[in-house]
Design a protein around this ligand. Structure first.
Ligand SMILES: Cc1ncc(COP(=O)(O)O)c(C=O)c1O
Length: 422
């Protein structure tokens, strides 16, 4: 076999990016069959939710919709009826002034971010370079390698608030350090946040929105876990929409990651640029997810599904995971980020004598998979102590797996601290 030259583009999207290493590692571990999987971001398989989609699929398969679903390239922005239905739902639920011209479909949120970041940052026609500013580290690992131009991300370290009453900590945006100059092409936050389960407060979001308006840059809000779907959000907060907002909504955490479908809401000129780029890249979108949810959008059954089943399911799982961590750790040092949404607990082991990557390896040897924290601290000017003291664990999988995994995690962390004292 020859040695083929891989371009700079290929290197940038290549096998050494954190997300690829991670997905490979998870895949290999999964194939071994006996791992306790608390690493990935897979949503839970909730039987009531699967049943709703099974019935929708059967109804579609039995009628003429099926022919259109599998036989037609819809326009690059997505299926017109589905976009109409989504616009109606967002108008009704939040009173937002949104029409189909504000909406486009992509192959999952991941693709939407790749396109948005590279549309809004990187080399400009005047020779300057624009960047994406993440106001709060840690942030979603899946963004880290998406810039086609190296170093297009700038991240601000968090302020850390400790709540003495219930022992949780919470990251907050350090607005004193957040400066926006001409080199910033857009701001971006995930809310709820992957990896921490943080939900930025309404005050923080309002502040970001006013900065975005003042500097005339888009504020991208990654709503992968937010309202109205999947609504894995345990705090009373208000979703934000302004003329500067770009909001991404994905079907994945609702239970449809296999359909690879996300919707992007934003200003029409950005939606047009996004659809055109998506057309060049993919020609058209996968129709299946859009067909599965359209009726739920139209008859608003989606609200019942998310508020009645999806949110309570994850809230219960979060509470039991916190209880298990506290019971298993006992006197062993552990701080938990307040779980306000998404599928994860973010744990900090203060002054951990080894790195979180070393802890990850030791846990993997004991069949437990978590994600070491350093992956989520990309784009920072200087390293942050939490990068090597924190891990992300997913609580969406089988409760028995989660409880057993937490027990092994606590045992291993205890050993690490004890070995350090000898
Ligand atoms: C915050 C966040 N954004 C985006 C994504 C991408 O999801 P998808 O491409 O399945 O929509 C994920 C997946 O875990 C995520 O956690």
């Amino acid at each position: 076999m020859g040695t083929f030259a891989i371009s700079q583009f290929g290197q940038q999207l290549g096998p050494h990016s954190g997300i690829v290493e991670l997905m490979d590692d998870l895949g290999v571990a999964m194939a071994q069959g006996n791992m306790l999987m608390m690493g990935g971001g897979n949503p839970a398989i909730i039987p009531e939710v699967v049943e709703v989609f099974r019935q929708r699929m059967q109804a579609i398969a039995a009628g003429p919709e099926f022919d259109r679903m599998v036989s037609i390239y819809d326009p690059p922005a997505g299926n017109a009826k589905t976009l109409d239905a989504l616009a109606g739902l967002l108008q009704e639920r939040f009173g937002w002034d949104i029409g189909p011209e504000n909406l486009a479909v992509t192959g999952g949120g991941q693709t939407a971010f790749f396109l948005l970041f590279n549309l809004l940052a990187g080399p400009q026609t005047d020779g300057s370079i624009k960047r994406i500013l993440f106001p709060l580290a840690p942030e979603y690992i899946g963004y880290a390698n998406q810039g086609l131009h190296p170093d297009i991300f700038t991240t601000i370290p968090p302020r850390v608030d400790h709540d003495e009453t219930d022992g949780f900590f919470k990251y907050r945006i350090d607005f004193d350090r957040l400066t926006i100059d001409d080199s910033i092409g857009a701001l971006c936050v995930s809310r709820p946040t992957n990896p921490t389960g943080n939900v930025l407060t309404d005050a923080e979001m309002d502040h970001l929105a006013s900065l975005a308006a003042e500097h005339d840059v888009p504020l991208i809000i990654d709503n992968a876990y937010g309202a109205p779907f999947p609504n894995i959000i345990f705090e009373e907060v208000t979703p934000l929409w302004t003329p500067h907002t770009i909001l991404t909504l994905s079907l994945s955490k609702l239970g449809l990651p296999g359909t690879r479908t996300a919707f992007v809401a934003g200003p029409p000129e950005i939606i047009q640029a996004l659809s055109a780029a998506n057309c060049v890249l993919s020609l058209a979108n996968n129709n299946v997810g859009q067909y599965l949810v359209r009726e739920l959008f139209e008859n608003r059954q989606l609200f019942d599904l998310c508020e009645g089943i999806v949110r309570p399911y994850y809230q219960t799982r979060a509470q039991e995971a916190v209880r298990w961590v506290r019971e298993a750790f006992g006197e062993t040092p552990v701080n938990i980020h307040r779980p306000e949404g998404a599928l994860f607990l973010w744990l900090r082991f203060p002054k951990l004598p080894i790195t979180s990557k070393q802890l990850y390896e030791r846990l993997k040897a004991r069949r437990v998979l978590i994600i070491p924290g350093h992956y989520f601290f990309f784009g920072l000017a200087e390293s942050h102590p939490h990068a090597h003291e924190c891990i992300r664990m997913t609580y969406s999988q089988d409760p028995k797996v989660v409880q057993e995994g937490i027990a092994i995690l606590a045992d291993e962390v205890r050993k690490v601290y004890q070995q350090d004292q000898r």
